[in-house]
Design a protein around this ligand. Structure first.
Ligand code: CMC
Length: 436
C-alpha cells in the first residue's frame, strides 16, 4: 500500500484536539484511513459492527467492484478465468499470484492428485456421526479432525507446513464431501482415481459405485469445475474473515479452515443456495408460476420475515458477475440433461424477471447473486440440496488458505482482537443468595 498525499483529520465536538491520520492508496478501490493509533491518541475506539466501513486487512488476492459488478482473482476477470482456465489453474493462481505455465499446471495438478486419499482412520471417525446428520455438521467435524491425522503440517508459522497443508486441504476436500454423502445414503465410499480430473474424480466419488464403471459426462464435469472456480474466493467475506481471525491466534491450518466451514454454513452466506432451492421448491409446491406475484409481495413485506434467497449482496450493488456465468452453465447443464423445461428453472427466471423490474429491488440495488442459479445446476447434476454448501466449502477452501497464508506471511500480522462499546452493568457487588 502507498501513503496518499493527503491525511484525514478527525475533529471532536468536545474541545479535544484534532487528530490527523494517514491515508493509504491500494491499486484499485477506496482509499483507507489508518486508525491504528486512534485509541492511543484519543482514548476512543471506532464503532463498525458488521464491518460496513472497515478494511480488516491488506490483501492482494481478490478484488470486487460492487458497483460495476466486477470480480478479479489476482487481477484476472472471473469471466476470463471461468472460460479459459480450469479450477486447478485457478487454485495455483490464488495461492501463488500468477497463472501457471503448462509445466507448472501439470506439476500442480499432479501434486494435488497425489494427496486425494485420506487417512483410513477417518472412515471410523466418520462412522461416529448419525447417518441423518447435516453434511455441513459432518464437514465441520471432518475438516477439524484433519489436524489430528496430519501432525507433520500443523505448524502455521512454518512455510513448508503451510504449503503442504494447503495441498492436502485442496486435495482432500472432494474426498471428504463425497465420503459424507455416501455415508448419508449408506453406500460404500469410492477411493479417488488419479486418472480423472479434479471435478471428474469428485463426480465419480459422489455418483459412482463399486459395482460398475462410472463414465464422467464432460458437460457436467466442466459445469462443476466452473462452480468451483466461481466459488474459489471472494475477498473478506464472513467465512474468510473467520478463517483469518481464527488463524491469527496461531492455530493450525486445518482448525482455521474448519472454522471457515462452520461460518459458511449459515443461510446468509454459503447456506443461501440450499435456502434458495428450498424456497423455489416451496413456491412450486404452493402453486408455482401462478403464485410468484403473491410470493413477491410477501418478500417486500418487512413483517413477513420472508427474504428472496439468492438475491442481494453486501458488496455487489449490481448483477453478481458469478450469477451471469452460473445462469449460462445452468442452460448448458439443463440442455445436456434434457431438462430445459425444468419447472424450478422456469420459476427462478420468472422470479428474477419480476425482481429486476420491481421498484423495491431496483431502489435497494438487489440483484441475483451466485446462489440464485447454482442450486438449480447442482440439483440437475444430482447433488442433493443439503450437500450444496459442502460443495461451496470444497471450492472456497483454496481461497481460505490463500488468505490465511497471506496473513501469516505478513510480518506485521497480529492476533485479531476487536474492542467493544460496553453498555452492560457497571461494577456492582454480588448480593448474598437470599437477597437476589
Ligand atoms: N430479499 C428481500 N429484501 C432484501 C434482501 C432479500 N434477499 N436482501 C436485502 N434486502 C433488503 C433489506 O431488507 C434492506 O431493506 P431496508 O433498507 O428497507 O431495510 C435492504 O435490502 C438492504 O439489505 P441489508 O440486509 O442491509 O443488506 P446486507 O448487506 O446487510 O445483507 C445479504 C446482504 C446477502 C445478507 C442479504 O441481501 C440477504 O440476506 N440475501 C439473501 C441471502 C443470500 O442470498 N445470501 C447469499 C449471499 S452471496 C453468497 C455469499 O457470498 O456467501
Amino acid at each position: 500500500m502507498n501513503l496518499a498525499n493527503y491525511k484525514a483529520t478527525l475533529s471532536f465536538g468536545n474541545g479535544a484536539p484534532n487528530i490527523e491520520m494517514p491515508v493509504y492508496h491500494g491499486t484499485i478501490g477506496p482509499d483507507v484511513i489508518d486508525i491504528r493509533k486512534l485509541y492511543g491518541q484519543s482514548g476512543m475506539f471506532t464503532y463498525d459492527p458488521g464491518f460496513l466501513s472497515t478494511a480488516a486487512c491488506e490483501s492482494a488476492i481478490t478484488y470486487i467492484d460492487g458497483d460495476k459488478g466486477e470480480l478479479l482473482y489476482r487481477g484476472y476477470p472471473i469471466e476470463q478465468l471461468a472460460t479459459d482456465c480450469n479450477f486447478m489453474e485457478t487454485c495455483y493462481l490464488l495461492l501463488n499470484g500468477n497463472l501457471p505455465n503448462a509445466t507448472e499446471k501439470h506439476e500442480f495438478s499432479h501434486l494435488v492428485t497425489q494427496h486425494t486419499m485420506v487417512n483410513e482412520q477417518m472412515h471410523f471417525f466418520l462412522r461416529g456421526f448419525r447417518r441423518d446428520a447435516h453434511p455441513m455438521a459432518v464437514m465441520t467435524g471432518l475438516v477439524g479432525a484433519l489436524s489430528a491425522f496430519y501432525h507433520d503440517s500443523t505448524d502455521i508459522n512454518n512455510p513448508e507446513h503451510r504449503a503442504i497443508s494447503a495441498i492436502r486441504l485442496i486435495a482432500k476436500m472432494p474426498t471428504l464431501v463425497a465420503m459424507a454423502y455416501k455415508y448419508s445414503i449408506g453406500q460404500p465410499h469410492l477411493y479417488p482415481r488419479n486418472d480423472l480430473s479434479y471435478a471428474g474424480n469428485f463426480l465419480r466419488m459422489m455418483f459412482g459405485n463399486p459395482c460398475e464403471d462410472y463414465v464422467v459426462n464432460p458437460v457436467l464435469e466442466r459445469a462443476l469445475d466452473r462452480i468451483f472456480i466461481l466459488h474459489a474466493d471472494h475477498e473478506q467475506n464472513a467465512s474468510t474473515s473467520t478463517v483469518r481471525l481464527c488463524g491469527s491466534s496461531g492455530t493450525n491450518p486445518f482448525a482455521a479452515i474448519a472454522a471457515g466451514v462452520a461460518c459458511l454454513w449459515g443461510p446468509a452466506h454459503g447456506g443461501a443456495n440450499e435456502a434458495c432451492l428450498n424456497m423455489l421448491g416451496q413456491l412450486q409446491a404452493a402453486g408455482g408460476l401462478a403464485k410468484v406475484g403473491e410470493f413477491m409481495e410477501q418478500v417486500k413485506d418487512k413483517n413477513s420475515g420472508v427474504k428472496l434467497m439468492g438475491f442481494g449482496h453486501r458488496v455487489y450493488k449490481n448483477y453478481d458477475p458469478r450469477a451471469k456465468l452460473m445462469q449460462e452453465t445452468c442452460n448448458e447443464v439443463l440442455s445436456e440433461l434434457g431438462l430445459e423445461n425444468d419447472p424450478l428453472f422456469k420459476l427462478a427466471k420468472a422470479v428474477e424477471k419480476i425482481a429486476l423490474e420491481d421498484d423495491y429491488f431496483v431502489q435497494r440495488k438487489l440483484y441475483p447473486n451466485v446462489d440464485f442459479y447454482s442450486g438449480i445446476v447442482q440439483r440437475a447434476i444430482g447433488v442433493p440440496v443439503n450437500m450444496f454448501t459442502g460443495i461451496f466449502a470444497l471450492a472456497r477452501t483454496v481461497g481460505w488458505i490463500a488468505q490465511l497464508n497471506e496473513m501469516i506471511a505478513d510480518p506485521e500480522y497480529k492476533i485479531g482482537r476487536p474492542r467493544q462499546l460496553f453498555t452492560g452493568a457497571v461494577r456492582r457487588d454480588v448480593p448474598p443468595i437470599a437477597k437476589r
